[in-house]
Design a binder for this molecule. Structure first.
Ligand code: GLU
Length: 449
């Protein structure tokens, strides 16, 4: 491999040994872009890669809130403004007790290349808190969000940094965050956040966009293989916002999600999650996000406790859509042995690097990377920003058409980039190369800093 790339990876391993997720994503991206760095010796002279793996800015802040019993709690807030070369920093907020600097940084790094792939002018950012939303009352969530925004509002803005949702942050949280921003700033700047409710500038389709986009991307892959989505059986992990969007769009297009896994085990529904079952998923999740077993009880289907559905044979597509490092070597071996052809990542970095390399090496398989597959979410966030700055509203059909077009272009750009470097139909390398290219060019043209 290119010696400069290797030295940067070594450097990151040495400096960030205590940030395993961040090291993992740097290794994955830089290994993929090595052939481009080979062709551009000027990158080393400008030390482009060491600059790229260092966030432009990352900070923590104190978030203090009082629970319903009057007890005060203190959490850590984070914002990582990773790369602003091609647009305002853009990326979600994750509220989850396991949030660490490493998680925020890996997500911010991934986001930089993902956002670049969308073709829209958005830099990379990410943030969040180690706050655990589970079991909190609505009033507690509101007070937490207000406190979080009181600490963050000075550092964001429609042309500075535009947060959105991620795990633990949905429409309700964005509403409270925006309310507090507006109150503190005294100005109507709704382009400061995306994923807003429709009544105050949210985009139609945004809640479903990541899942819909993933299915549109899958359609591109299938078309490349001379295949279609009709009749396809899909196994997913996760049935949150993203998983639900996958279930819904798959059903609309004549495919079906026949397996889905949650924190307590997995469900096998041979008839698929279709029709009113889609509504039931929402209901079940709202009541208790940690258990999917009630679905099996209600519809009389199989529930396997404590397991993930990796390795089941009677499906055509796997889509890990839960969280990072969901699929490790052990699961990857089962997936490869199942004979399934399509492994379509959806969650951010759902596969460990060794497992991903192993799956990419399987001749019978096609592997698609999350930074391309899930980019539809942030792409529609970009469309929300456009609507806000132009003070207009697009119909659901308009947004959906644009989303479809963007997913098509992302797939094609990845195909073209991989082909340019003689890599064949390598969607993982292609997405990294294509996403990296624009950021690299912008940084080179903007001078050394
Ligand atoms: N958190 C989502 C992601 O991982 C969405 C980010 C956004 O819309 O800014 O891409």
């Amino acid at each position: 491999m290119n010696a400069y790339v290797q030295s940067v990876i070594e450097n990151v391993r040495k400096k960030h040994g205590n940030e395993p997720e961040f090291v993992q994503t740097v290794e994955e991206v830089l290994t993929s872009v090595a052939p481009m760095v080979d062709k551009h010796p000027e990158y080393e002279k400008a030390d482009l890669l060491n600059r790229m793996v260092e966030p432009e800015r990352m900070f923590t802040f104190r978030v203090v809130w009082t629970d319903d019993n009057g007890q005060t709690h203190t959490n850590i807030g984070y914002r990582c403004q990773f790369n602003g070369a091609i647009g305002p920093y853009k990326g979600g907020l994750r509220f989850q007790p396991n949030v660490t600097p490493s998680i925020i940084k890996f997500l911010g790094f991934e986001q930089t290349f993902k956002n670049s792939l969308t073709g829209l002018p958005m830099g990379g950012g990410k943030g969040g808190s180690d706050f655990d939303p589970a079991g909190k009352s609505d009033a507690e969530i509101m007070r937490f969000c207000q406190s979080f925004m009181s600490a963050l509002y000075r550092y964001i803005g429609p042309d500075i940094d535009v947060p959105a949702g991620d795990m633990g942050v949905g429409g309700r949280e964005i509403g409270y965050l925006y309310g507090q921003y507006r109150r503190l700033k005294g100005v109507w700047e709704n382009g400061v956040l995306t994923g807003k409710g429709f009544s105050y500038g949210g985009s139609l389709i945004r809640p479903e966009a990541t899942g819909y986009g993933a299915i549109y991307y899958l359609q591109e892959v299938l078309a490349h293989e001379g295949d279609t989505i009709e009749g396809k059986r899909i196994a997913i992990s996760g049935y949150g916002n993203v998983g639900w969007g996958i279930m819904k769009k798959a059903a609309e297009l004549g495919a079906k999600v026949t397996y889905f896994a949650g924190p307590d085990g997995y469900i096998h529904d041979p008839d698929g999650v279709v029709g009113e079952k889609l509504d039931y998923i929402l209901e079940m999740r709202a009541k208790d996000p940690m258990h999917c077993k009630p679905y099996a009880d209600k519809y009389g289907v199989e529930f396997v406790p404590g397991e993930k559905c990796w390795g089941v044979k009677d499906v055509d597509v796997y889509m890990p859509a839960a969280t990072q490092n969901d699929v490790r070597m052990e699961q990857a071996e089962k997936i490869a042995a199942s004979g399934v052809k399509y492994y379509i990542e959806v969650a951010n970095m759902p596969t460990t690097n060794d497992a991903l390399d192993f799956l990419r090496g399987q001749k019978h398989m096609i592997v698609a990377p999350s930074k391309a597959v899930n980019a539809g979410g942030v792409a529609v966030s970009g469309l929300e920003m456009s609507q806000n700055s132009e003070r207009l509203v697009w119909t659901a059909e308009e947004v959906d058409e644009k989303l479809k077009g963007i997913m098509k272009v992302i797939h094609q750009m990845s195909v073209d980039a991989a082909e340019e470097y003689g890599l064949g139909y390598d969607l993982v390398a292609g997405a990294n190369l294509a996403g990296f290219k624009k950021v690299a060019e912008a940084m080179m043209e903007q001078g050394i800093f």
